[in-house]
Design a protein around this ligand. Structure first.
Ligand SMILES: CC(=O)N[C@H]1[C@@H](OP(=O)(O)OP(=O)(O)OC[C@H]2O[C@@H](n3ccc(=O)[nH]c3=O)[C@H](O)[C@@H]2O)O[C@H](CO)[C@@H](O)[C@@H]1O
Ligand SMILES: C=C(OP(=O)(O)O)C(=O)O
Length: 420
């Protein structure tokens, strides 16, 4: 198992670029299953989750064709087996995203039920209930969701009890090939849902209201091929900016978008960062200052994203003052806290709230990554710490951060990967 060895090296300084968004690329790759012609997806990030998705599509009979500049052509008409096996779903929960497209296009899908994971129980009941409302017959047996529909799915009005990102995406994809109109109420407004909808529209889908909490889809006969470039990763962008703020540095992130990071940028300004933005870049300059602690509460977009919570806990850990961080999306997303405390942080956990009292310095220690963003918070903490930190189980970070050590080295971090 690879490890990262990091030695605190003062403020980060320099330029880096944002890769394509993992959480947009994954549903868009699943969406290619809806078309009966090849679809080319560009700006794909080089990540373990993308490799897992391509393996999953390969098991279904698809032979992806690699193109230039991280693009891949996928021909949904090659599907021979509508099956997502446990050994791949357990590696990547987002495999559930093939359920809606397979059912809508081929009338059948057997997808392993994802279990819980380190950050929470993460059920998929709303995905299943939505597809049932559209006429699917679904049973859960032997750990698999077995879904069938006679003919086409039927348009329906679906109200989500809870805002769910992949739930919205699964039903949005399924509805594109359904008979009639589907209305998704209390839908997720995340930019990645919008990116998926734009890709589906480029494939010939009829969708309105993406980016609002009511999405209306008129089913069409078929979807065709297209070329679509995945949007930049707002969470990767935010992670570099937090690393700059926490180390007192100055970092410009290129090939990104400021308009989808408003809640995060507001908190970084509150922490004392000077933010400037251009058409496709964001710069944070901390001017060597220590950050000020910030209070925050995670909630669905456009509020503060849960995927940035762990990184801000690391920032608060070395900030001036005390910051309160409330996690409202996942019931167990504070696994980084114990590891940060092992590095000398003062963080008290009370239910879904972390009270973080900033300290002047953290100290390097061996720590263990438990999930994707927890890993990012440990890497940030390690860059602030005195001495050496070894971060173990970094396969979590490789799920979501492309070339993490190369990109941080560009900013002056002392970080290296040790094969295990
Ligand atoms: C691949 C991807 O895009 N992952 C993102 C997606 O995960 P994901 O789509 O899995 O997260 P959801 O938005 O579905 O989860 C939100 C909440 O709804 C609950 N829920 C969800 C579905 C359901 O059927 N029943 C139910 O109770 C979940 O347990 C959780 O408490 O959105 C999360 C919230 O922004 C992000 O942290 C993840 O990075
Ligand atoms: C929780 C995340 O991803 P996933 O839903 O793929 O586990 C994340 O990207 O922070």
């Amino acid at each position: 198992m690879d490890k990262l060895i990091i030695t605190g090296n003062g403020p980060l300084d320099g330029e880096v670029w944002a890769s394509g968004a993992k959480n947009s690329a994954l549903p868009i790759l699943a969406a290619t299953l809806l078309a009966d012609e090849p679809v080319t997806i560009g700006n794909l990030p080089h990540l373990q989750d993308i490799t897992t998705t391509l393996e999953l599509l390969g098991r279904m009979g698809i032979e992806p064709v690699m193109g230039e500049k991280m693009s891949i052509q996928i021909d949904g008409s090659q599907v021979r087996d509508c099956h997502a096996p446990y050994e791949l779903v357990k590696k990547m929960r987002a495999s559930i995203l093939v359920l809606g497209p397979l059912l809508a296009h081929f009338g059948t899908a057997d997808v392993s039920l994802p279990g819980g994971c380190a950050i929470g129980s993460r059920p998929v009941d709303l995905h299943i209930r939505g597809l049932e409302a559209m006429g699917a017959e679904i049973t859960v047996e032997g750990g698999y969701i077995r879904a069938r529909v006679d003919g086409r799915l039927k348009g329906a009005t679906i109200f989500f009890d809870t805002v769910t990102v992949t739930g919205t995406e699964n039903l949005l994809m399924a509805a594109t090939l359904a008979d009639g109109t589907t209305v998704l109420e209390n839908a997720a407004r995340e930019p990645e849902v919008v990116d998926l909808a734009e890709c589906l529209i480029a494939m010939g889908a009829d969708i309105r209201g993406q980016g609002t909490d009511t999405i209306t889809i008129e089913g069409v006969e078929r979807l065709h091929g297209c070329h679509y470039d995945v949007m930049p990763d707002r969470i990767e962008t935010g992670t570099f900016l937090v690393a700059a703020a926490a180390t007192g540095g100055r970092v410009r992130v290129r090939k990104t978008r400021a308009d989808i990071l408003e809640a995060v940028l507001a908190k970084l300004e509150e922490a004392g960062g000077t933010i400037t933005t251009g058409e496709d870049w964001i710069e944070l300059d901390m001017g060597g200052r220590r950050p000020k602690a910030v209070n925050l509460r995670t909630a669905p977009y456009p509020a503060f994203p849960t995927d940035m919570q762990a990184q801000f806990v690391a920032l608060n850990a070395v900030a001036e003052g005390t910051g309160t961080v409330v996690e409202t999306i996942f019931e167990n997303r504070f696994m980084h806290v114990q590891e940060l405390n092992r590095m000398g942080a003062h963080i008290a956990l009370e239910g879904n709230t972390a009270v973080v009292t900033g300290v002047e310095k953290l100290s390097g220690a061996p720590v263990m990554a438990t999930d994707l963003r927890a890993s990012a918070s440990l890497v940030i903490a390690a860059m602030l710490a005195q001495g050496e930190t070894m971060v173990d189980r970094i396969y979590h970070i490789d799920r979501g951060y492309e070339c993490i050590e190369e990109k941080l080295q560009l900013l002056g971090a002392r970080i290296r990967r040790v094969p295990g």
